[in-house]
Write a protein that binds this ligand. Structure first.
Ligand SMILES: [Zn+2]
Length: 125
């Protein structure tokens, strides 16, 4: 089993959970403000419809929350290593959450899709 066939690859590379080739998002760069959150309706490679039902991606908000909490715990641990200061923690955590918000948004959607859809090598015609 190669890394390219794992769910982690699909999440990190923001590719279709079924074929792992088609991009989930129209714009590959999450920090390019134009269309940073726009997704393809269907996979350009295997034609999988991403929004499985109306409001499907509302569930990814829970994943996004969990990722945000994990990031904040990581920032706490880093602050403890350099000597905990509440003000420094508040500033560094706020900055981390703002700067990484586009990535958290995309990873949470990719993670949520990967919960329901598995890799299928045969989907690539
Ligand atoms: Zn696909």
């Amino acid at each position: 089993m190669s890394f390219q066939s794992t769910k982690l690859y699909s999440v990190v590379s923001q590719t279709c959970p079924r074929c792992h080739q088609g991009p989930l998002f129209v714009n590959k760069n999450p920090y390019k403000m134009e269309n940073w959150d726009k997704m393809h309706a269907d996979c350009p490679v295997c034609k999988l419809h991403f929004e499985r039902e109306p409001g499907f991606f509302q569930g990814s908000m829970y994943v996004s929350y969990a990722l945000g909490v994990a990031l904040s715990v990581g920032v706490v641990l880093l602050n403890w290593i350099i000597g905990f200061n509440p003000i420094a923690y508040f500033i560094s955590n706020t900055l981390a959450l703002i700067v990484l918000a586009p990535l958290l948004f995309r990873w949470s959607r990719a993670l949520y899709l990967n919960i329901f859809i598995s890799y299928d090598k045969k989907s690539i015609a």
